[in-house]
Design a protein around this ligand. Structure first.
Ligand code: NAP
Length: 274
């Protein structure tokens, strides 16, 4: 039996992955902010006969303090983790700054994944074949990182924040492989393509229509999680890999630039220290 942490496990891809892992007989630590949805996940796990193998931690991953509390709780109860699956996401058409002063998309989509990846790395290293699956957006041309304005204070748009978040997650993967160079942990950046999920977010009317059209065209979640389950069943041998809809991607070009990854790692450390 493996033990895996799934963030954003109360809906969409994270929920489907959590339930599929439980069906395979594994233990799942599910992170989500909504207690009611957490209770639904526990009830579904119970129906699958997996009540004793699922643990829900309610946490708002847009907040560094709450993310760190969840990490501390995991560390107090598990000495080893076989996997970490990063799915928490929330789109915002209007810019929001968290109580801690970070732009919400940056904090949730990037910072929480940075913290969970790096601050659980030693527990992952204690497992025989550990893997981190960061479900994000590699393989799509998202343009340049706006280094002077990572949190989109100028001309914010929800799409730009999302796209930059995907670039930051690509660099997080590169940075993780750099920082944990001798580690057995395999880091996987995985773009599942269009999947019919809840698309958690607060959308303006134009974006809401586009999301509805996307949802209709997208594949069902059970199909969308297949590449993720495949990586969790058999982690790759490379320290870092990336794929889009099951097709491997070359780790070349600005999206995976080693110097940019070092720069982002240092900048993130400064932001967190501040
Ligand atoms: N679906 C696609 O077509 C697609 C395509 C490419 C990449 N992806 C990536 O796949 C990942 C999962 O996407 P999805 O479509 O499955 O998303 P989703 O259905 O919107 O689910 C997101 C999950 O994150 C949780 N969440 C939101 N804000 C949170 C917070 N502050 N703290 C803790 N949990 C929070 C949500 O909980 P609530 O229900 O409480 O909001 C929900 O459980 C995302 O990173 C996304 O970018 C998705």
């Amino acid at each position: 039996m493996k033990a895996l942490v799934v963030s954003g496990a109360t809906d969409g891809i994270g929920k489907a992955v959590a339930l599929a892992l439980l069906r395979r007989g594994h233990e799942v630590v599910a992170l989500g902010r909504n207690a009611e949805k957490g209770a639904t996940l526990l009830a579904l796990a119970e129906e699958q006969g997996a009540a004793d193998r699922v643990h829900f931690i309610r946490t708002d991953l847009a907040l560094v303090e709450e993310t760190r509390k969840a990490i501390a709780q995991i560390r107090s109860q598990w000495g080893k983790l076989d996997g970490l699956v990063l799915c928490a996401q929330h789109f915002r058409s209007a810019r929001l700054v968290t109580d801690e002063g970070f732009e919400n998309s940056f904090a949730l989509y990037y910072l929480s994944r940075f913290l969970l990846s790096h601050e659980l790395a030693d527990l992952l290293e204690a497992a025989p074949d550990p893997v981190v699956v960061n479900v994000c957006g590699p393989g799509v041309d998202f343009g340049e990182v706006r280094w002077s304005d990572l949190q989109r204070e100028r001309d914010y748009s929800g799409i730009d924040a999302l796209m930059q978040g995907s670039r930051l997650n690509d660099l997080l993967g590169v940075g993780f492989a750099q920082q944990h160079a001798d580690s057995a942990v395999k880091y996987v950046l995985l773009n599942p393509g269009g999947v019919r999920t809840s698309f958690s977010g607060e959308y303006d009317s134009v974006m809401a229509q586009q999301i509805e059209a996307m949802r209709e065209a997208a594949k069902p979640v059970e199909e969308g999680i297949l590449p993720i389950m495949s990586v969790l069943d058999t982690p790759p041998t490379a320290a870092l890999s990336a794929s889009m809809m099951g097709e491997p991607l070359e780790l070349t070009g600005p999206a995976f630039d080693p110097d940019s990854a070092r720069r982002l790692h240092a900048l993130t450390g400064e932001l967190l220290a501040g």
